[in-house]
Design a protein around this ligand. Sequence first.
Ligand code: CTP
Length: 160
Amino acid sequence: ANGGDSQGGDDHQLRVSKIRSGTVIDHVRGGQALNVLAILGIDGSEGEELSVGMNVPSDRLARKDIVKVEGRELSQDEVDVLSLIAPDATINIVRDYEVIEKHRVDRPEIVDDVLSCPNTGCITTGDEPVTSQFEVLDDGVRCAYCGTIVREEIASLIDT
Ligand code: CTP
């Protein structure tokens, strides 16, 4: 009725379409959606159907991001690594348009082959065929090889 407003009438909330089946990662900290995709190793280059909403209003968080992956049910092990950058994330498994499972992310003890060590002298950053491994601390992560601790900016260690 109000012609031309693609956001639609009085509804100022951004809507990302429902998915038929797959995984909805909800309540992601505002601004972290692209890091969520990066940490999961999902970049759309394999034709995955993805929807991303960023900085949308939320009751629980001031602003939230939301990531929807159509056609793929992510396992708890896959999503737990997200606790490093999106500790309040809710994982919804959708089948036939219904949420059939909803769970939170748990902090893993160890994160393998997802983050790269910022220490250029670390064996994991050289030419050796050694994959990265970090121990998860209460307030950061510690490289299992050289002991470097990163507390802030964990997202900047994401291997892309
Ligand atoms: N969702 C979706 N496609 C579906 C079903 C749900 O994209 N077929 C999304 C919803 O948009 C919502 C999330 O999955 O972002 C969780 O859906 P639901 O549990 O129905 O919503 P809420 O009850 O609001 O979830 P919560 O209590 O976790 O905030």
